[in-house]
Write a protein that binds this ligand. Structure first.
Ligand code: DQA
Length: 140
């Protein structure tokens, strides 16, 4: 059984009430429950933090013994050399995901410190981006 973790960065705990025109009406808890049900063949975990260092700690903790990380670093994607370095430091492959198409938004969202060291990037498919990332690990 593949051991995967979804790691979400800042403000993603507000999904369902935050900018619903961009991020939709579903809470992440509701979505995660459906994902756990759908991918019963996956040993799946979920971690969210609004704090950059906690995200780095979690990436380090899982980064040498899990089969994959699905990472939405949210706003830190565009700012955090530290999270980028953590992704580079570990051996577990990371798929970067975004709910929105960051390239159709403000210029500052076009920069990612994660992408250069990610296995791949999936963005713009709403919450389905997470499912596509999980499936990428199952199909390898
Ligand atoms: C996001 C895109 C980021 O630019 C933004 O800061 C987020 C969410 C997304 O999933 O679309 O918080 O990562």
């Amino acid at each position: 059984m593949k051991k995967l973790i979804i790691i979400n960065g800042p403000n993603l705990n507000l999904l369902g009430k935050r900018e619903t025109n961009i991020y939709g009406n579903m809470t992440f808890t509701e979505f995660y429950d459906s994902v756990v049900h759908k991918y019963a063949n996956v040993d799946l975990e979920y971690f969210q933090s609004n704090i950059e260092g906690e995200l780095i700690d979690k990436i380090q903790e899982v980064g040498f013994n899990y089969d994959g990380i699905v990472l939405n670093a949210a706003a830190y994607t565009h700012t955090s050399v530290g999270i980028g370095d953590a992704v580079k430091a570990i051996t577990t492959p990371v798929v970067e995901v975004h709910i929105s198409n960051t390239f159709s938004r403000e210029d500052f969202r076009h920069q990612s410190y994660i992408s250069p060291n990610a296995k791949g990037v999936i963005l713009g498919f709403g919450l389905q981006s997470y499912e596509l990332a999980i499936e990428s690990f199952l199909n390898e």
